[in-house]
Structure formats: structure tokens, C-alpha cells
Design a protein around this ligand. Structure first.
Ligand code: IMP
Length: 426
């Protein structure tokens, strides 16, 4: 398989876990390039359900090598839990997990600061973060005060943990949050560094050597384009770049080594957390999508906001990421709908039409979606194994989506299991 970047094209939760799992069979090395344990990639393999937060979903395929790239913010305690979970499930991890020495760490005080910051925001300003310490950890990275994984190997590591916990405590107290126990933090990170030591790798050389040796690399994104710190609905975004550009800076693989970009996109839209969502449904239809689609966060369990497919978002994502192939997911969730709607543009209250996603949220708040309606197919698609066998109306819907957003359909997913994947050139 050529070197591939896989990104989420909406607000996350597009079903990337399953698509990564499917594409992994053709890859040798799978690299997670951004985000942290805010992500929850659900994979159903051989009847078992796995939810992965940090380790690439490729780990479920024997022999594949998995890298936590430099662009990730990794909570060592979460990673250790995930490693234990996989071991308990009988997955052989020996020699298969590599953590970049340049990866920044989410420390316990980053989590505490994340929650304290959310708690003190007014309702209008709450972001609805996952509480996993993502913003403060990336803040520390950019502020050049962060801890990198490689620092665990240095003799001064625990002294720095002690002094940084003390500093963080001062801020936590000023925010009205409880302090962390300094010695407990030192002991926690001593034990974490002892356990994680063996996974620490110069990932930049590792990935580039693999490429030089003709191995195929799959760069796995978390969250989605509309949650990107630069291209998303700022400030209601995550703190990293889940878009294709982030795959190169988050792994050290040059853009010249990338052969193709796969955009994962759901056949409708969801969002979890606060922020604009033009096609959100507040009626029974939204409830139906949530119930049938099982739209509850894999990390936090929060109900996801649901709405119709938004082609403005799809087109924008195609542009920002340079999507070659779409992996469209969850078509089966629409099986029981008599009619389905697609948002083709936004119309502002003065009649101005937007077919590109605006940066200014005050513009967006004045916009309404322009919909076109199609008739639903009202029959089960989840046991269909060939694209040609889909009901004609279902094909018409999918083909209209692709027509509106450009690019080519590579995968159509009609259910959560590996087997419910229609392959069309990917
Ligand atoms: P944070 O990444 O925890 O700081 O949260 C920032 C925003 O991104 C919130 O609206 C979260 O709900 C959203 N978010 C973060 N990770 C995910 C994800 O994996 N799926 C969907 N939304 C996410």
C-alpha cells in the first residue's frame, strides 16, 4: 500500500477506528500523529469490541508496528491502562509499540487545569472538552515548558516533576481547584517512566527508515477537520492539527513521501461538545440518528449532537486535506428514513449564499442550511457486500454526496464490523 494519511473530515467520530483497522491489513507501520486520549477509536474485530485512545488501531492486526508520533500528547497513565487492556484481551504487543522520544506528555496537572478551566467558563464560553488535559498539554508544548517522553530518560526528570507540580498547584489554587499531592506525583511518574522506558524510540528515524526500506506507512489522525486548531470552528476546537498537514509535522515524514489522503466522512453529521453545527437537528429525526447510530462519545459517553450531511463541511475538508478517496461510513443508520436531506450551502439572513465554510462564527450564526431532499431507501443495507447490490436510492444518495464534495469514493461502510465494508478501489 502507498503511504497514506487518514483524516476525519467532520467534527470527529466519523468511524476512523474501523477504517484504519480495514486499511491496516495493507500497511506495515501505523503512526498516530496528533491528539491524545481525548480520542476514542472503536473497532469491532472478530466479535470483540475495542476502544483505543492512544495506540493506533493497527495494533489489533498481528505483526503490524504501531508508533505514537511526536505530534501526539500522551498521558503515560492512560497509555499504561491501554497496554494492560490489550494484554488482558490477549493481543501480543511484544516489539510492536514505539513511542516517539519527541512526544509531549499530558501530566496530571494538565488534566486538573483542563477541568478547572472548563468549570470557571461561562456557559457561552465552555468548549465542552473531554477533560483529558489536551489544551494545557499543547499549551505547555507551544509555551516551551512541556515534558517530552525522552525527558523520562534524563536524571533530572523527577526533580522537574516535583517543581512543575508545585508550580501547577499555585495556579490550581488560584482557580479554586484542589492541589495535587507532590510526592504522589513524583512516585507516579517514577513508576510510569520505569514501565514505559522500553518503548521510547527515535520515531523520526524509525519511520523514515521504514519508508526507505519500502514499508508502507499509514498515518492515523484523530478528531476531525472541523476541530482543527487552525481550520476548525475556533475556539470550539481541539488544540492540535487533525488535518493532513498535521500528519507530516506530527510524524516527521515529509509531504513528498505521502502518496494519498483518505478522508473519513459519515453519511450524516455529529458533533460532541460545544460550538456551531449548522445542520444540527433538535427534533425526533435527531433522536433517531442518535439512537440508531449509537451516537454516544467513545471517550466520555456524552450523547452526540446529530444532524444532516453537510456538503459545505465536506467540500472544505476535501480542500484543506486534499482528499483523494473518501471512506464514507454509517450509511445503514439512514436505512429507516423516509426522506434524507443534504445541506448544499448556507444562506445568511440577508440572502448571501456561502458554499465555503466561513471563519467568522458570527457570520455562521446568521446562516441557515440550504437543503435538498432525497427519497430514502427504507431497506436494510448492513448485510449487503457489493456496492452494486445497494438499493438504487441508497446509491443515488451516496453518489450525490460525492458529487457535491468532489473526490472519489474508496470505501463505503454499512455497519460496525470489519465485514460490513464495501471496498471500491481502496
Ligand atoms: P479537547 O480535545 O478535549 O480539548 O476538546 C475540545 C473539543 O474537541 C470538544 O468539543 C470535544 O468534545 C472535541 N473532541 C475532542 N476529541 C474528540 C473526539 O475524538 N471526537 C469528537 N470530538 C472530540
Amino acid at each position: 500500500m502507498p503511504n497514506t494519511i487518514l483524516v476525519g473530515s467532520q467534527w470527529g467520530d466519523e468511524g476512523k477506528g474501523k477504517i484504519i483497522d480495514v486499511l491496516t491489513s495493507q500497511a506495515d507501520v501505523i503512526v498516530r500523529f496528533q491528539g491524545g486520549s481525548n480520542a476514542g477509536h472503536t473497532v469491532i474485530a472478530e466479535g470483540k469490541k475495542y476502544v483505543l485512545h492512544l495506540i493506533p488501531s493497527g495494533i489489533l492486526h498481528p505483526g503490524k508496528l504501531c508508533v505514537i508520533g511526536n505530534g501526539v500528547v500522551m498521558d503515560p497513565l492512560d497509555l499504561l491502562k491501554e497496554i494492560d487492556m490489550l494484554r488482558e484481551q490477549g493481543i501480543d504487543l511484544e516489539g510492536r509499540i514505539f513511542i516517539s522520544d519527541r512526544t509531549h506528555m499530558v501530566m496530571q496537572w494538565h488534566r486538573a487545569l483542563d477541568s478547572a478551566d472548563e468549570a470557571r467558563r461561562s456557559d457561552a464560553k465552555k468548549i465542552g472538552t473531554t477533560g483529558r488535559g489536551i489544551g494545557p498539554a499543547y499549551g505547555a508544548k507551544m509555551g516551551r515548558t512541556g515534558f517530552r517522553v525522552g525527558d523520562m530518560l534524563s536524571p533530572g526528570f523527577l526533580d522537574n516533576v516535583r517543581s512543575d507540580t508545585e508550580d501547577a498547584n499555585k495556579i490550581l489554587v488560584s482557580m479554586g481547584a484542589p492541589e495535587l499531592d507532590v510526592e504522589e506525583m513524583v512516585a507516579t511518574y517514577k513508576s510510569a517512566s520505569d514501565l514505559l522506558n522500553k518503548y521510547i524510540t527515535d520515531s523520526v528515524s524509525f519511520i523514515n527508515n521504514a519508508d526507505r526500506d519500502g514499508k508502507s506507512i499509514l498515518l492515523e489522525g484523530a478528531q476531525g477537520t472541523m476541530l482543527d486548531i487552525d481550520f476548525g470552528t475556533y475556539p470550539f476546537v481541539t488544540s492540535s492539527n487533525p488535518t493532513a498537514g498535521g500528519a507530516c509535522t506530527g510524524s516527521g515524514l515529509s509531504p513528498r513521501k505521502i502518496d494519498r489522503v483518505v478522508g473519513v466522512i459519515k453519511c450524516y453529521t455529529t458533533r460532541v461538545g460545544a460550538g456551531p453545527f449548522p445542520t444540527e437537528l433538535f427534533d425526533e429525526m435527531g433522536e433517531q440518528l442518535r439512537a440508531v447510530g449509537g451516537e454516544f462519545g467513545a471517550t466520555t459517553g456524552r450523547p452526540r449532537r446529530c444532524g444532516w450531511f453537510d456538503a459545505v463541511v465536506g467540500r472544505y475538508s476535501a480542500m484543506v486535506n486534499g482528499v483523494d478517496f473518501w471512506a464514507m461510513t454509517k450509511l445503514d443508520v439512514l436505512d429507516g428514513m423516509e426522506t434524507v436531506k443534504i445541506c448544499t450551502a448556507y444562506e445568511r439572513d440577508d440572502g448571501k449564499i456561502y458554499d465555503v465554510f466561513p471563519a467568522d462564527l458570527s457570520v455562521l450564526s446568521r446562516c441557515k442550511p440550504v437543503y435538498e431532499e432525497m427519497s430514502g431507501w427504507m431497506s436494510k443495507t448492513s448485510d449487503i457486500t457489493r456496492y452494486e447490490d445497494l438499493p438504487l436510492k441508497a446509491r443515488a444518495y451516496v453518489e450525490r454526496l460525492v458529487e457535491l464534495i468532489g473526490g472519489q469514493l474508496g470505501i463505503l461502510s454499512v455497519g460496525p464490523a470489519r465485514e460490513t465494508t464495501l471496498r471500491l478501489g481502496l
